[in-house]
Ligand binder design. Structure first.
Ligand code: PMV
Length: 314
């Protein structure tokens, strides 16, 4: 057994500003670590291997199917560290709402890998972290683009293209505020990604038009951010929501909250993440206005809201 050291691992939630779903097909996406929410993992010595988290507390060997990706990432990390026979107590605590498009599964995996590496005093560079998290994400999501893994493990906004080296960029739009609102309904990333794939197989021409358009809008959004132009950014968000609706990944609750945000003067509003539930985001140009929109969204049934200024260097 290890000395009395305790290992700690941390990861943040993430928000996809533009490009969800189309990113799976090689188009770019813009995402940033969402520091308002995080997951932490504590690793301690124990006589038997145990896991303690919101969904399960008990013996490692009885971990439910729902936590298969968590079990896998712990097992694979211990193998990578050549510590398969060590017994530990792993405690995971989270403020990231699960299955809400905030990357909770990737963040859990990132924090677990970091916690285990820390426990064994081994440095955890991206080359060690990313393959382990990617493997867990394949179990959780089926066909992940990698954006969740990149955004929850980093600390800078990303212009992300699947399979390309990570490109960070300054998300610094003065007087722009993003409101994030939780529908309270679990998102269905795995099902939504797989349904878009089926639609793509059935009608490549039609679906690739939506995907290409989402990619174009993401590039427009990037230019708008670099030009400090919140209005163009908001416009691109509104148009992206239409494309996401056409891909069938929005739903009634998301559409309602998007409508509420726009009726209350948002410059733009759309779903964020996998969709079919989860969270939506809205853009506005003052903190006061952001609060007004957040209140309206809560009155319309959002179970939680957050306000993120985009006018500071992230
Ligand atoms: O729902 P989330 O937070 O896992 O975001 C998924 C983003 C998608 O583009 C829909 C899928 C992916 O792997 O990029």
């Amino acid at each position: 057994m290890n000395k009395e050291k305790i290992g700690h691992g941390l990861a943040t939630g993430k928000i996809i500003l533009m490009g969800e779903h189309s990113v799976v097909y090689g188009e770019p996406a813009i995402a940033f670590p969402f520091k308002e929410t995080y997951i932490s993992t504590k690793v301690e010595p124990e006589t038997v291997m145990t896991l303690d988290c919101h969904y399960y507390s008990g013996d490692f060997s009885n971990i439910p199917q729902q936590l298969k990706s968590v079990k896998e990432v712990i097992t694979q990390t211990l193998i990578a560290l050549h510590k398969e026979t060590t017994t530990l107590k792993i405690t995971i605590t989270s403020t990231i709402p699960a299955e809400r498009g905030m990357g909770s599964s990737a963040a859990a995996a990132v924090s677990i890998v970091r916690g285990l590496f820390d426990y064994f005093d081994v440095p955890c560079p991206p080359e060690a972290l990313l393959p382990l998290v990617t493997r867990a994400e394949k179990i959780a999501h089926g066909n992940p683009s990698g954006i969740d893994t990149a955004a929850t493990s980093g600390n800078k906004p990303l212009f992300f293209i699947k399979g390309h080296p990570l490109e960070t960029f300054p998300m610094n739009v003065s007087n722009a505020y993003l409101i994030v609102a939780d529908t309270g309904i679990k998102g269905q990333t795995r099902a939504a990604v797989s349904d878009v794939a089926h639609l793509f197989e059935e009608n490549k021409q039609k679906i690739s038009k939506h995907i290409t358009e989402l990619g174009r809008l993401t590039r427009v959004a990037k230019q708008a951010i670099l030009a400090d132009d919140a209005h163009t950014l908001g416009n691109a968000m509104n148009q992206a929501q239409e494309q996401l609706q056409a891909l069938t990944v929005s739903n009634h609750r998301l559409d309602e909250l998007v409508k509420t945000a726009r009726e209350n003067g948002a410059l733009g509003a759309k779903l964020t993440g996998g969709g079919r539930g989860g969270c939506m985001i809205a853009l506005t140009d003052s903190n006061e206005h952001a609060r007004k929109i957040a209140t309206a969204l809560e009155k319309s049934g959002a179970v939680a809201t957050w306000i993120q200024p985009l006018g500071v260097k992230n």
